[in-house]
Design a protein around this ligand. Structure first.
Ligand code: ATP
Length: 304
């Protein structure tokens, strides 16, 4: 999509968004509450029209090809059509009928794939949160959509159910499905996404692979640990830029974590004859990135 704009009255919610998602990849959009994520998803899924910009989904323009776009996508989450008073199997069957998928094997296959066979004939009202989400996603898969919009797929799930959900998502991607993921959990984006976009105040403030985003902010360092206090002291005296930690006999050398910088740190350590007992690389995690990026732009916006 290019130049996507959307305003509610005079409140600009999306202020020129551009991004591209490669087929068969996981693209995650992150942003604080009210950043415009849901609005973006609503435009992409044809639930809302944009004020300006060009938006293509699965090769079709959302303005002129609503029908084709809808046929190519599946949407889970807030718009889910799960009926509490039907069983899991009945819900799936209903969706299969709606999408005119005639084969009975599709429903059985999905129940098996999502490990819902035992509860297939129980009412959804009795399902746990994890089972509901699995059923929701299973229903979305009927008709084999090329692109799936996953809205906060693991909110409220226990760690085991989260991992099951992640495995399911990875399986879908392995089969060639494209996933557009919104999540509040940065570790989830880190775990699943090929690329991440950070949205703040209706603009993309960063876009890239999780690693690229992490390298953008300071905080990465190489950590050298020593067991011999004398070796530690002599290294600390040589490496003036390093931060010292006398308790653990370790030194921290700032580094962006790139291969090139790591090599130069190692070469330099060799040249001054320092040999640590343990060397590890620490990169900032996505929480650091998110806070740094969204905090800065909030300040900018206030200053403007
Ligand atoms: N129908 C509407 N009319 C007016 N303003 C709206 C409407 N829908 C959303 N907004 C406003 O647009 C902004 C972006 O909303 P949006 O729901 O896209 O954000 P979001 O990033 O999905 O947030 P959240 O994480 O809280 O769901 C918010 O300030 C919201 O108050």
């Amino acid at each position: 999509m290019t130049g996507l704009r959307k305003a509610y009255g005079d409140k600009v919610v999306l202020d020129g968004i551009d991004f591209e998602v490669a087929a068969g990849s996981v693209y995650s959009m992150l942003g604080p509450n009210g950043a415009g994520k849901t609005t973006t998803v609503n435009v992409l899924t044809t639930l809302m029209t944009a004020d300006a910009g060009s938006v293509r989904v699965a090769g079709h323009d959302v303005a002129t090809g609503i029908k084709q776009v809808r046929a190519a996508i599946g949407v889970t989450g807030q718009f889910a059509a799960v009926d509490e008073l039907l069983s899991g199997r009945e819900n799936l069957q209903l969706m299969a009928d709606l999408k005119r998928v005639r084969s009975r094997d599709v429903v059985t296959g999905l129940l098996e794939r999502f490990d819902l066979v035992e509860s297939a004939d129980k009412l959804v009202a009795t399902y746990s949160g994890g089972m509901r989400r699995k059923l929701d996603l299973a229903m979305t898969l009927i008709g084999k959509p090329e692109i799936i919009f996953l809205d906060e797929p693991t909110t409220g799930l226990d760690p085991r159910s989260r991992r099951t959900m992640w495995d399911i998502v990875r399986g879908l991607v392995a089969d060639g499905t494209t996933i557009f993921l919104t999540t509040q959990y940065l570790d989830e984006a880190d775990e699943l996404a090929d690329r991440i976009a950070v949205l703040n105040h209706g603009r993309l403030v960063a876009e890239g692979t999780p690693e690229q985003l992490k390298r953008r902010i300071p905080g990465g360092h190489v950590r050298l640990r020593f067991t011999d206090p004398a070796a530690y002291r002599s290294a600390a005296a040589t490496l003036r830029d390093a931060t010292t930690d006398d308790e653990t006999l370790s030194l921290r050398i700032p580094s962006d974590g790139s291969q090139r910088e790591l090599r130069s740190v190692l070469d330099w350590l060799d040249s001054v004859g320092i040999e640590a007992d343990e060397l590890s690389l620490h990169t900032p995690d996505l929480d650091d990135v998110f806070l740094a990026l969204t905090e800065n732009t909030t300040k900018e916006a206030i200053a403007r």
